[in-house]
Design a protein around this ligand. Structure first.
Ligand SMILES: O=C(O)CC1=NCN=C1
Ligand SMILES: [Zn+2]
Length: 417
């Protein structure tokens, strides 16, 4: 058999090729192939076997993995990728202990990014998004979910979604788009959240027609949208054929997790203060919990999502950076893997399910992304790590050696010496 690229001498290969989403105790069962090899032709994986068996292959290019770790490309299921400006000035307020929702109430936070995004040109937003996608790719991410939500008016929300669509065309990373027009209440709708949600829902048809987003998301939170308001808005979205996501139980336990399960949302995200009942409902549902421990860390909160209890109860869990300019300003999903180990008490085996197959299912790419299997896209990362436990263990740095997206090498670490 002829292949374009043969990766050989793989110390540990994580195929992650289960049906998924992987729930509860199954998240702890990781298939690891030692001394493996992978053959790529065009955009797809066409052969998997042992390094010895690989000798039958005729390869145009051979990559020696030097006995190290090889995994699927990471799937990033929750980002606010497209935005203008930055919020470093808020760091001082956070250090003084000013709560996130108070900063928002004072017109800062999300609303300050809204102003910057409204003022930014589509070209500038695109350049910025492509830059952040480059950094995500360097960190081993090959599929990204990108939300709008910094426009809060028709024109700017559509601008953000069109930027995400264009970025997906121009960048090798695959992008899955979510409309988060219900991210905050702008000053011109200050006392009228329902009216604002009606105004935002007017975009559903054009979003569907232009294929600008697959999911509709809402920030169900104190001072933003209530559970009742969120339910009405998301039911409208469901009728239009959109998948549902909810920023749920991030700061106050309003019951957004229970709402996500009630509505059959593909994911409930944050879940930092989900109730005991919410954990049970999540565990007994098809809704995936997308946990964002970097946000708890960055906001200096003691509340980390009870992911350990969620997994023990039988839930399917994914993790994400929540990359955004205010509450989690990092593209480094590997760092989040370390925080998940240290603060969520997730095992390395569970963490690897949470950044591949479960993250893929959380954005409707289950069975496509987050796995290495014959006939699937060759989204593959070679790591400068001896085994899969090493990545969560050695925190804060980038461990990628080579990143392959759809069969193309898009990043190779350059030795300095
Ligand atoms: O603060 C931000 O810009 C992003 C965010 N939305 C809801 N929680 C965090
Ligand atoms: Zn978010």
């Amino acid at each position: 058999m002829e292949v374009d690229i043969l990766i050989t001498n793989i110390g540990q290969l994580l195929p992650m090729d289960k049906k998924g989403p992987v729930k509860g105790a199954d998240m702890g069962e990781l298939t690891v192939w030692n001394d493996a090899a992978v053959g790529i032709k065009g955009e797809q994986v066409v052969w998997i076997g042992s390094s010895k068996e690989a000798k039958i292959l005729k390869a145009s290019q051979t990559i020696d993995a030097n006995g190290k770790l090889v995994t699927p490309g990471l799937v990033e299921p929750h980002t606010h990728l497209v935005f203008g400006g930055s919020r470093e000035e808020e760091m001082a307020l956070k250090q003084q202990g000013v709560p996130y929702l108070d900063i928002l109430k004072q017109g800062g936070g999300i609303l300050s990014t809204v102003t910057a995004t409204q003022e930014a040109s589509q070209e500038d937003l695109l350049e910025k998004a492509l830059f952040h996608l480059d950094r995500m790719a360097m960190h081993g991410i090959t599929t990204v979910e990108a939300k709008s939500g910094y426009g809060l008016n028709h024109e700017t929300e559509l601008k953000q979604l069109r930027v995400a669509k264009e970025a997906g065309k121009q960048h090798p990373i695959d992008i899955v788009s979510t409309f988060l027009g219900a991210h905050a209440i702008p000053t011109n709708y200050k006392e009228e959240p329902e009216a604002f949600l009606d105004y935002m829902s007017e975009l559903f048809d054009v979003i569907k027609q232009e294929n600008l987003a697959e999911f509709i998301d809402i920030f169900t939170e104190t001072g933003v949208f209530s559970v009742v308001q969120s339910r009405r808005y998301l039911l409208k979205a469901k009728e239009k054929g959109f998948g549902l996501k909810i920023h749920a139980d991030e700061i106050d336990p309003l019951g957004g997790t229970e709402l996500a399960v009630e509505l059959g949302a593909i994911s409930g995200d944050h879940l930092a203060v989900t109730s005991d009942e919410g954990i049970q409902k999540l565990a007994n549902s098809n809704t995936i919990g997308v946990i964002l421990p970097g946000t708890s860390f960055y906001l200096g909160k003691d509340d980390y999502a009870r992911a350990r209890e969620m997994i023990d109860a039988g839930a399917a869990i994914a993790i994400s950076t929540d990359f955004n300019p205010g509450s989690s300003v990092t593209e480094n999903l590997q760092l989040i893997m370390s925080i998940a180990a240290l603060k969520l008490k997730m095992s390395p085996e569970e963490i690897w399910h949470a950044v591949t197959i479960n993250a893929a299912h959380a954005i409707g790419r289950g069975g496509e992304a987050g796995m290495i299997a014959i006939g699937k896209k060759a989204d593959i990362v070679l790591w400068d790590a001896p085994n899969y436990k090493y990545i969560p263990y050695h925190y804060g740095v980038n461990h990628t050696n080579t990143v392959i997206k759809s069969g193309e090498i898009i990043y190779e670490r350059q030795a300095i010496r």
